[in-house]
Design a binder for this molecule. Sequence first.
Ligand code: DO4
Ligand code: MG
Length: 300
Amino acid sequence: MKIIRYRKEEEQIIAAVTSDGAIYPLPYEGFIDITRDAKARKTSILAFVEDKVSNLQPVDYGMKEVELVVPIDAPEVWAAGVTYEKSREARNYEATNGKLDAQTFYDKVYDAPRPEIFLKSTVNRTVGPNQDVYIRSDSNWQIPEPELGLVVNGEGEILAYTIGNDMSCRDIEGENPLYLPQAKIWKQSCSIGPALLLADSVEDAYQLDIICRIYRDNQLVFEGTANTRQLKRKYDELVSYLIRDNIIFDGTVLLTGTCIVPPNEFTLQDGDQVEIEIPEIGILRNPVKKQQPSEVLVAE
Ligand code: DO4
Ligand code: MG
């Protein structure tokens, strides 16, 4: 069972989507309200939504006809790093000017009990399906990072899974790891969506395929695939570090690290289109737009 949010005649509608693709609008403002109601009734989120759906009629249009928006206003998006071998290799490469077998602090964090976890985005910087993700004006080596996202509540319970794109500047991070916040956070540097897959409805979240495709002038210029079974850590382990001595808001998203990295000579360009697919969740598509250096950005 998935939860989506879409726009219809100026309104935003939260809806459940069953495995046959039928859409059932729900009388809620947001996903977190659904989870709170389920908790108050001491029932699982899945059982709660199934019960709601059993009393409703589906709409007479399908997923292809709806204008999806970001499925949750995540107050914060956090991200784990170097949780896949592929990321460790890529980070070592960029931190050592291309020495393929170099050893760095990235190896240390890959093997250490404490994972790397950093603040990636806030609600105003995060976009949803089909919205532009930005590339920085002061970087020449930028990539999307396709990641599985965990939607958690303040107690650290995993409520749902989504897809995330942790847009990253490899040159800025490679120059100095202290530049990490600048290599990771800027306007529209994070996208999530297109749907929330209820955690209770996933049989094995360590068996999810992740596919990333990048198109330039409508031609496929990169495709990579991986599977969450390659993750070095457990989801609960990552969440336990996130919530430790911290305040975490309901609906926070924790990205679990990238498992796909385009070739080292690849950088994103204005006009590219990024697609990240996890078949059970859907396809997160975002056009890429270059930030103009002179633009003064004002919070909306
Ligand atoms: O160490 C820097 C960040 C790595 C990262 O974002 C990832 O592995 O996904
Ligand atoms: Mg990442």
